[in-house]
Design a protein around this ligand. Structure first.
Ligand code: SF4
Length: 355
């Protein structure tokens, strides 16, 4: 028997009504070491080691995202983004838990303010898929006390209400789209009630990892709070599926601009050809490539980091071959986390980067 069929079996008979239901996808996320055993095909020693990784940094993969993996390829770009890797716990490779020093830019717990006119709020620490390259993987570290965000919401809102210079609030996490429509509605409503908050922004990977989350009901909820911008994170052209395209289209139809913030990841999208296909694919589905982030020096992600010179080389080639609408700003977080720095082309100098 193909070892992979063991893993796919439970979903074979799943009716479309369930598969297309984000709550089903969320409930059936592949989590923890036991599930990894089912498809890893590794020898027992390596399996045990991988279990160690998933204990340090939890695993969560939606059936949908898992279905995008070419399971014959251990270096598959989708698999590498969601499947644990032994190098994550080889801490001698460098990096720190919080390279952007977000924790020291929190005037109140859960609210990050690095710029005078905007702030970011952590609405949850949960994501549908835990990206192995995440720059907030510290929030899920088992050794840390997990942060319960809900009780922090009121102090965050009170702070925003007091700080009149804040005109833009970014809902982040974790992934805000793991919250119910009702919960999101309540948060957005409270923010909209603050007169000086002009613009809202949501950062979510849901269109990529669980596109069925974008429902007509969600779009109706979000529509009420425009101007509202939506940033997502496609990192590889294989993630641009008809389902993902439809999710983005629904947001656009609701009047919500969708932009993309990719992360430059070694072995995943660090080639001109892959990046071009990704950017042109995004343009085809009307998603604006906004930023290409240089992977932050987060502990346990060294194996994803690409040399800046290589990033620049890719950008340079792109600049000569794709339209300006396809071209993201290539930015790097400076050590200390004070600012993000464009690396590169003079024509992006007027862009102030902010994730
Ligand atoms: S969805 Fe975003 S916050 Fe969640 S793990 Fe991925 S990169 Fe991190």
């Amino acid at each position: 028997m193909d070892r992979n069929s063991l893993f796919l079996e439970p979903w074979k008979e799943i009716a479309a009504i369930h598969w297309n239901d984000w709550r089903w996808q969320f409930r059936h996320r592949l989590r923890g070491a036991a599930r990894i055993d089912g498809f890893s095909g590794y020898n027992p020693l390596k399996r045990k080691a991988l279990q160690g990784v998933s204990r340090a940094y939890p695993v969560s993969i939606t059936p949908y995202y898992f279905s995008l993996i070419d399971r014959r390829d251990r270096n598959d770009p989708v698999l590498r983004q969601c499947f644990p890797d032994l190098r994550e716990i080889n801490f001698s490779l460098g990096g720190v838990d919080d390279p952007l020093e977000e924790s020291s830019h929190m005037p109140v717990k859960g609210l990050i303010r690095r710029y005078i006119d905007r702030c970011l709020i952590l609405t949850t620490t949960v994501c549908a898929v835990y990206c192995r390259h995440c720059n907030r993987k510290r929030l899920r570290k088992k050794s840390n006390k997990s942060m319960t965000v809900r009780p922090l919401m009121r102090p965050m809102l009170e702070y925003i209400g007091r700080e009149k210079a804040i005109r833009e609030v970014i809902l982040s996490g974790g992934d805000p789209l793991t919250l119910s429509d009702q919960r999101l509605d309540a948060i957005l409503k409270s923010l909209r009630a603050v007169r000086h908050v002009e613009v809202l922004r949501i950062g979510s990977r849901a269109p990529v990892v669980m596109p069925m989350r974008v429902t007509p009901e969600l779009c109706e909820t979000l529509r009420k709070y425009r101007p509202l911008w939506f940033n997502t994170q496609f990192n590889h052209p294989r993630e641009i599926t008809p389902e993902a395209a439809r999710a983005c289209e629904m947001l656009l139809e609701a009047g919500i601009p969708v932009s993309n913030q990719s992360v430059l990841l070694r072995g995943i999208n660090d080639s001109y050809e892959v990046m071009r296909e990704l950017l042109q694919g995004l343009q085809r589905i009307s998603v604006r490539p906004y930023y290409l982030f240089h992977c932050d020096p987060v502990l346990g992600t060294d194996h994803f980091r690409v040399d800046i010179g290589k990033g620049l080389e890719i950008m340079e080639k792109l600049r000569h071959s794709v339209s300006g609408l396809c071209l993201p700003g290539y930015v790097v977080d400076m050590p200390g986390g004070k600012v993000k720095q464009p690396v590169h082309s003079p024509r992006m100098d007027d862009v102030e980067p902010c994730r």
